[in-house]
Design a protein around this ligand. Structure first.
Ligand code: B3K
Ligand code: ZN
Length: 925
């Protein structure tokens, strides 16, 4: 039987719940092959005249017993089918429902609900996992006070944890080998924030005193033996708690804050009230096992989950369409935390890079949606870059329009109004508007409109009147989202957006001009935020002494694609003089993109001349197009960036020397209306790197030597920046000719790897830089080094993940076959999400040239994995399936292969709903 199209849910159909659950008392007893869950729910009728029946969600539950107000329920009064338990009326307005169910956590490979990982039991309930634990109205607008008793074997599961505060514990009366612990959470919460853990763990404890003087016990629980890897997470937690008090006036509210790390987890971490459950990737770190990026990831994710305690838990979402209410806002908060604790400019650059690689493509693909989608089939498919990262950009635009102080008044008002409630995105915007007096009516359209707006700019300068005139035009083309809505008869929101455009005018002498708009009495400031609220608007600036170079969208003030003709010389001027660090970087990226687009065209011409189709087996295709298309001025600009980095901010220089990613270049090609040619993109980018390596070799060598570390490893901003630039130099040097590689580069790479454990240069950041570089080189040292690395690290799961990932992302021919071989490696496990993300998402998502191989081998590999994985873990399978998003933007040959792969998945019997929605949309196009 072919899978049916999954049922679509619509925001417009929202209705309040017919019943509330005032309190819930759970008893979860974990046994060898099952768990028994007893639940006592205090049910209260919510809407007069609503459905008289009491309808609860329940998935994969074995019903053992049901009673109502103390009496066993007559089986004729209820039915359990299609994942719903329906208890027929008449029912009193208040009643107590008691249920007993059995579940099978050991067989739960979806990792949603209660599941087993290694030797412990863990939960994941957001968004709809609680219904896999017990019967409940599993929707976020039902807020309930929970208490929970966890019971399990004493020796095997010494730690029994749940939300809130511990209130009692003991040994079971009837079985001295078992024990129990009772937890009580005083705050009402939606059931998606419920959690429990039963496991043997080591714990790092600490204490935090809140601004108002309350003591909080902090605890990080990890697999035994890993205590030496918890310190950074604990430090990050304390920093985040202090920061939220200072920046947002928000304090923690329970006596305990616990973080539990688990090796099998579908995403990064989960903000369960008082009991966060984390992927080990975002907890464990030691200098020799974690990279600088890992350390920063831990900072950000620990902070993010902590910040959810207010933005998500105390004030939660009315329904899952409002997901961005908590996610966009919390990402914005963790971004600001990152900016305040590291470098603001570098943080912003990295965020925008991630937006361009992850979110912009979503807007042009088959799953396009606004930050608040009007419909979905499987909500798990909407934990996306759009909801999270574009959601954060929308919050940031309000911050830009209101300014920091008014924004803070807005969040204060939001919490004052809505603490303890489940609300909508409208409520957030209303608080911002009411607190600031700024009209956000038009701004609200950002919540409903999909797609990346284009911002076209044109300008002129009149030397006689000293006027500078800037005309801005916005356009937003329909996406696949509007098509889906139309097909299902839904209304489309359109209309002009309110776009904040931060602008500066850089004069020929490098200084910013003071900005005075026509009609203003005097100039104020050198960066102004223009509100673009019409399709086209013209802004005239007066008293501009000389023709300026416009610096538009400073700090990336809006998530748009800018179309603005600027000459190479103008971009170089911005690279050198723009006051806005983000736009200095951006000018460099725009220049590089321009060069690379010329290179892509040159590669395509060269491929035609060779009368061969470029293909994955031909790794030296970059040689074909020469280097005529690379202007000397670009090389010189890179040289200056390197010098400036050594003298000033190495982290910024490392970002600037990082050429636009292949995915970003693909986007640029699509904007020109051309099909993506992954071979030409890859070849052009490699050719440019090799050219820079040849021309700037001495400078890279000198910088590499000058940045030799002298101090013991610390993941602080200064060291991180130095390592980033040093490794960038090494990466360029590794693009040298074979002779130089063999004599001067490879020995350094192997030495760097051999230094493992050495506290200055043997850190994992240096090791991975060396290993990833070697993995791209077809040299004899490659295999031996990879094998050694595995042998050395085979017992550190997170390092083994890195080992899989560097091979999956290798440039070398034959990578698809290598990935297939690695799937047979004893350390590979389709049931472990981190392994799948490392090897399979590494290949499908971060190796575009091989995934989109012209012979379809990459697509076939993905289809094979998705087919098998969808039956094991639909959420993870669905994420991998998103790799096909761009398939229609390629040439006819590749499209044909992709279609075959997608149809093969679509034909699977009982295909998981998650994958069915993604693949169905991809095929609909
Ligand atoms: N709220 C969780 C995400 C849950 C994802 C479920 N598929 C983590 C976070 O955003 O903080
Ligand atoms: Zn979140």
């Amino acid at each position: 039987m072919r899978t049916e199209t999954p049922v679509t849910l619509y925001l417009k159909d929202y209705a309040p719940p017919a019943w509330r659950i005032e309190s819930a008392d759970l008893h979860v007893a974990i046994h060898d092959d099952h768990a028994e869950v007893r639940a006592r729910l205090d049910c209260v009728r919510n809407t007069a005249g609503g459905d008289d029946a009491l309808v609860l969600n329940g998935e994969a539950l074995e019903l053992v017993g049901l009673s109502l107000d103390g009496a066993p329920l007559d089986p004729a009064r209820y039915v359990y089918g299609d994942d719903l338990l329906r208890i027929a009326g008449p029912l009193p307005d208040r009643c107590v429902l008691e249920s007993v169910v059995r579940i099978r956590p050991d067989l739960n490979t979806q990792l949603s609900g209660l599941y087993r990982s290694q030797d412990g039991y863990f939960t994941q309930c957001e968004p709809e996992g609680f219904r896999r634990i017990t019967f409940f109205p599993d929707r976020p607008d039902v807020m309930t006070k929970f208490s929970c008793t966890v019971e399990a074997d004493r020796a095997r599961f010494p730690h029994l944890l749940s939300n809130g505060n511990p209130v009692a514990a003991g040994v079971c009366d009837d079985d001295a080998a078992r024990h129990w612990a009772r937890w009580d959470d005083p705050y009402a919460k939606p059931c998606y924030l419920f959690a429990l853990v039963a496991a043997r763990l080591d714990v790092l404890e600490d204490e935090y005193v809140t601004a108002s003087g309350r003591k909080v016990r902090l605890a990080v629980y990890v697999e035994p033996g890993k205590l030496d890897q918890c310190g950074h997470a604990m430090a990050a937690l304390k920093k985040a708690m202090r920061w939220d008090e200072e920046r947002f006036g928000l304090e923690y509210d329970l006596d305990q804050y616990m973080i539990v790390a688990v090796g099998d987890f579908n995403m990064g971490a989960m903000e369960n009230k008082g009991l966060n459950i984390f992927n080990t990737k975002y907890v464990l770190a030691r200098p020799d096992t974690a990279t600088d990026a890992d350390y920063q990831g831990i900072d950000r994710v620990v902070a993010h989950e902590y910040f959810h305690n207010w933005t998500g838990n105390r004030v939660t979402c009315r329904d899952w369409f409002q997901l961005s209410l908590k996610e966009g806002l919390t990402v914005f908060r963790d971004q600001e935390f990152g900016a305040d604790t590291h470098s603001r400019a570098v943080t912003r650059i990295q965020e925008v890079r991630a937006l361009r690689v992850g979110q912009f493509p979503e807007d042009v693909g088959p799953m396009a949606h606004p930050i608040r989608p009007a419909s979905y089939a499987e909500i798990n498919n909407f934990y996306t870059a759009t909801v999270y990262n574009k959601g954060a950009e929308v919050i940031r635009m309000m911050h830009t329009l209101l300014g920091r102080e008014a924004f803070r008044r807005g969040t204060d008002l939001y919490f004052a109004r809505h603490d303890g409630q489940a609300v909508t995105c409208e409520d957030f915007v209303a608080a911002m508007q009411d607190a600031s007096g700024i009209d956000l009516a038009q701004f609200r359209r950002w919540y409903a409109r999909a797609g990346t707006p284009r911002l076209n700019a044109s300008s002129s300068y009149d030397a006689t009147t000293r006027r500078y005139t800037l005309t801005l035009t916005q356009t937003l083309a329909p996406t696949a989202y509007e098509k889906r809505l139309t097909e299902s008869g839904q209304a489309i929101v359109d209309g002009t957006l309110h776009i904040p455009v931060a602008l500066g005018l850089v004069l020929p002498n490098g200084n910013d001009a003071p900005l005075k708009l026509a009609g203003e009495a005097e100039a104020s400031g050198t960066t102004r935020v223009l509100s673009l609220t019409e399709p086209t608007q013209t802004f005239v600036f007066e008293d501009i002494p000389a023709a300026p170079v416009a610096s538009l969208l400073r700090d990336f003030s809006a998530p748009v694609q800018l179309e603005f003709e600027q000459t190479d010389a103008e971009l170089a001027h911005l690279m050198a003089h723009d006051d806005d660090a983000f736009n200095r970087w951006e000018a460099g990226q725009r220049l590089a993109t321009r060069v690379l687009l010329a290179g892509i065209a040159a590669q395509q011409r060269a491929a035609l001349m060779r009368h061969t189709l470029p293909h994955a087996g031909e790794d030296d295709s970059w040689r074909g197009a020469g280097s005529d298309w690379i202007p000397d001025a670009f090389v010189a600009a890179c040289g200056r960036v390197l010098d400036a980095g050594l003298a000033g901010d190495p982290a910024l220089a490392a970002e600037a020397l990082n050429l636009p990613a292949e995915a970003v270049l693909a986007e640029a090609v699509v904007s020109l209306g051309q099909p993506i040619d992954p071979e030409a993109i890859h070849a052009a980018r490699v050719a440019l790197r090799r050219h820079l390596a040849a021309r700037l070799r001495d400078a890279f060598e000198a910088a590499w030597a000058a940045l030799t570390p002298t101090a013991a490893y610390a993941p602080d901003g200064a060291q991180v920046g130095q390592r980033a630039l040093r490794n960038a130099c090494l990466g360029y040097l590794a693009e040298s000719d074979v002779e130089y590689l063999q004599s001067a580069v490879v020995p350094r790479l192997t030495a760097q790897l051999a230094a493992g454990g050495n506290m200055t240069d043997g850190n994992m950041t240096s090791q991975m830089a060396a290993l990833a570089t070697l993995a791209n080189l077809d040299l004899p040292e490659r295999e031996a080094t990879l094998a050694d690395f595995y042998t050395r690290w085979q017992n550190e799961a997170l390092v083994v993940d890195k080992w899989f990932a560097v091979q999956a992302t290798s440039r070398l021919p034959g990578t698809a076959a290598r990935v297939r071989a690695l799937m047979q490696h004893p350390a590979f496990d389709l049931k472990n999400p981190n392994r799948v993300y490392a090897l399979i998402r590494g290949f499908c998502g971060a190796n575009p040239r091989h995934f989109h191989a012209f012979d379809g081998s990459g697509y076939a590999l993905a289809a094979d994995v998705i087919s098998e994985l969808q039956a094991i873990n639909p959420q993870v399978a669905s994420r991998i399936a998103r790799s096909f998003d761009r398939w229609r933007q390629f040439d006819a040959g590749r499209q044909a292969h992709a279609r075959v792969a997608l149809e093969r998945i679509a034909e699977i019997e009982d295909l998981a709903k998650d994958v069915a929605e993604v693949v169905g949309n991809a095929l609909k196009g």
